[in-house]
Design a protein around this ligand. Structure first.
Ligand SMILES: [Zn+2]
Length: 445
């Protein structure tokens, strides 16, 4: 027996306003000639059913994949219906992230903020966390560090504890829903040549190198996060799902939640609109995962700059903020950057290639309508949370960057993991860049 979760909507969301930045991405990269209304219609007319069985929901990775997938797909503007075993409606499934937050309450809250309400009609896309219902069903499965997406056949179910595989799966499923809307659009407007032969669903396996988490849990200690934007939302969404994670987090931002953030901010619901972003994120605080908002611009707060935590994350979408954070971070720094369909996540430590080696030139998009899409932001945050926890429990011998060149075309080799390189043109002239410059001068002398 199954139940469909239903939404109780207090607010009517203006879909065109909520999807403004997604439309900007469709126009910039996918359908250069399409008008906004046509794109919004293609996205909001896509009907998606997400379904799971008791076995997948009995696994923490399956529960993380369910909530992540619903959020990622709903933020694309699709109408999402959720079909779950009846035990979930009765809340007999273990708590999701903390005692207060059950799977049902998390989904109910999400459904209150869907850009497009669930549709009674037949689904265009079925996403299953277990077995397929027909030959077109998108099945997602995986474990703590791996995601599998299969078409019309089982993806092997869910196992493991860590939330990173679930984050990869949610992004891959989101990309497939976007692709469905693209197929629909391609029948009425011209598609960019690069995507002409990339319209069919893509089975995929995505994997991050696994690391062991101590049985006693993860203690991140003090962590400062610059910006409360999309990447930070996805980082916190992921950290909340790491078993027994303790942290004292400060989030530094002076902005408020706006409707055009709904397309990608994983923790934003309509109740968070017009509220300072830091206050919204504080509301996710638990006794173990303490989140405190600091409502200011990082660059304006000199006392803050000089007292940053041993670990700092930057999710800000501008190069200057990344360089500023690097200038003041006393220890490990993680950077999550996105641009259109591209992701660059990296880690830096004193003496090694710095964040300014990686992000050397400032872009000029501060006041532009910057193109974004849900699965790019969620994937970036998943990867940055992965680097952060790995540094705390199992630091690698070399500092690494993970990049994705086209998040719409996720495939096995998509996650490029490589050491961060020193850049002789580093604007901060860090030690690693000076050493590199010296080596070049020596070589050419
Ligand atoms: Zn540098």
């Amino acid at each position: 027996m199954a139940v469909s979760a239903t939404a109780h909507r207090d607010h009517v969301i203006d879909a065109a306003a909520a999807l403004d930045r997604t439309v900007a991405l469709f126009q910039a990269d996918l359908f250069p000639g399409a008008d906004a209304a046509t794109i919004v219609r293609a996205l909001t007319s896509t009907r998606v059913t997400v379904t799971a069985d008791t076995a997948s929901l009995g696994s923490p990775t399956g529960r993380a994949a369910l909530v992540g997938t619903v959020s990622t797909v709903a933020r694309l503007g699709a109408a999402v219906s959720i079909v779950l075993p009846v035990t979930v409606a009765n809340d007999r499934i273990p708590p999701l992230i903390a005692a207060r937050v059950t799977l049902k309450s998390a989904l109910d809250e999400l459904l209150n903020s869907l850009i497009t309400p669930p549709s009674a009609g037949e689904a265009d896309v079925v996403i299953s966390l277990s077995v397929p219902v027909d030959e077109d069903t998108i099945c997602i499965g995986g474990d703590g560090f791996t995601a599998r997406l299969a078409i019309g056949e089982s993806a092997g179910g869910w196992s493991g504890r860590e939330p990173y595989g679930a984050g990869l799966a949610a992004a891959a499923a989101g990309a497939e829903v976007a692709r469905h809307a693209m197929r629909h659009l391609a029948s009425v407007v011209a598609i960019a040549p690069h995507y002409r032969d990339k319209l069919l669903p893509r089975p995929t396996v995505l994997s991050l190198p696994a690391f062991d988490t101590p049985s006693g849990g993860v203690d991140l200690g003090a962590l400062d996060i610059v910006s409360a934007g999309a990447v930070t939302h996805a980082v916190l969404f992921t950290l909340m799902r790491v078993a027994d994670l303790a942290a004292y987090i400060r989030v530094i931002d002076d902005d408020i939640g706006e409707i055009h953030h709904l397309n990608r901010y994983e923790l934003l619901k309509v109740q968070g609109l017009d509220v300072p972003k830091t206050i919204l994120l504080e509301s996710f605080s638990t006794p173990q995962l303490h989140i405190r908002g600091i409502q200011t611009r990082f660059t304006d707060a000199s006392d803050l700059r000089d007292s940053l935590a041993p670990r700092v994350l930057v999710g800000a979408d501008n190069v200057q903020a990344r360089q500023d954070a690097q200038s003041y971070a006393p220890g490990w720094l993680g950077v999550g950057a996105t641009g259109h369909l591209e992701i660059a996540v990296s880690e830096h430590e004193p003496g090694g290639p710095c964040a300014a080696c990686k992000h050397a030139t400032a872009e000029h998009h501060r006041h532009q309508r910057f193109p974004t899409i849900s699965f790019v932001s969620s994937l970036s945050g998943t990867l940055l949370a992965y680097l952060t926890v790995r540094d705390a429990v199992s630091p690698p011998t070399r500092r690494e960057q993970i990049s994705v060149l086209d998040a719409l075309n996720l495939a096995g080799a998509t996650l490029h993991i490589e050491p961060v390189q020193p850049n002789p043109l580093c604007p901060l002239r860090c030690i690693a860049s000076a050493r590199r410059l010296g080596a070049i001068a020596h070589h050419s002398a």
